[in-house]
Design a protein around this ligand. Structure first.
Ligand code: MN
Length: 278
């Protein structure tokens, strides 16, 4: 079976201007495009993010993955990161965000996954939107109306997240299944990018740089120019071809993405459940 989405991607990462080590890790190989942003003292964060990416790397080269594949890999990664907490990786944790290529009844879909505040965006048919919803204290304050989007961008609590892999969190991932369109461009990034560049700035760069590697490199460069206060990672994924059923009628719908094992807890967590700053 051929891949339901033929993709071409670019990736760039940099420790930024203020930090000596890069605790971000990523995987950009079909069918997986994932970013993990580690946290924890010493090298704990670096180990946690690398551990999670390593757990997913075994899937590289497959035509597509299922939500069960992703959910099981997260469970395995979580056990490994939790086990780090006794050694050099005490307090280790990481975000995880991105897309994997999925096959739904023979058609190509993006399966987006999120835990934490790394982000997935999609530029599709001229429309640019953030797909993932941050698991963060600031997002909760925006949702409850206590904080404007503008104020959220400057809030000192903006790096405190409410779900993670490790760091004492057992929060479930969120999933979205989005019907892919030929020409789609997906951006996956750590908060080191999204906290330096506004939504419209990300959009302009993605529209202006046609080559995905050039776009990823440019995004990281622009985040450095604006201060580079955190580790910065950007993946840009283009759908060159998407398999659809020839006889389909009308528009395809976003398929409800239900976690297969545990029930997805859609409620935001109480502030006391915040797992840490990065
Ligand atoms: Mn970060």
């Amino acid at each position: 079976m051929h891949a339901p989405i033929i993709a071409r991607s670019g990736a760039a990462t940099d420790p930024g201007l203020r930090r000596r080590i890069n605790e971000d890790a990523f995987l950009a190989e079909a069918p997986l495009y994932l970013v993990a942003d580690g946290m924890g003292g010493h090298h704990a964060g670096e180990i946690a993010s690398a551990t999670v990416i390593e757990e997913f790397a075994v899937f590289a080269g497959r035509p597509s993955l299922t939500i069960d594949d992703v959910h099981a890999a997260i469970a395995r990664a979580r056990r490994r990161v939790d086990a780090l907490s006794t050694g050099a990786g005490a307090g280790a944790g990481t975000t995880l965000a991105g897309v994997v290529i999925a096959d739904v009844d023979g058609e190509g879909y993006w399966l987006a996954v999120n835990l934490g505040d790394s982000r997935t965006y999609r530029l599709s048919e001229g429309h640019f939107e953030q797909v993932s919803v941050d698991h963060s204290v600031v997002q909760e304050l925006v949702d409850s109306g206590e904080l404007s989007l503008d104020a959220a961008h400057r809030d000192t609590r903006r790096n405190v997240i409410t779900r993670a892999i490790g760091a004492g969190s057992d929060g479930e991932p969120d999933y979205w299944l989005l019907p892919a369109e030929e020409g789609d461009r997906v951006l996956v990034c750590s908060d080191g990018l999204s906290s330096e560049l506004r939504h419209d700035e990300l959009h302009a760069i993605l529209v202006g740089e046609s080559d995905p590697q050039a776009a990823a490199t440019r995004l990281v460069h622009e985040a450095m120019v604006r201060g580079g206060r955190d580790n910065i990672t950007a993946l840009v994924i283009d759908a060159l071809a998407v398999r659809t059923r020839a006889n389909r009628s009308g528009e395809r719908d976003t398929v409800p993405a239900v976690a297969p094992v545990d029930e997805v807890d859609g409620d935001t967590l109480p502030r006391a459940a915040a797992v840490g700053g990065k």
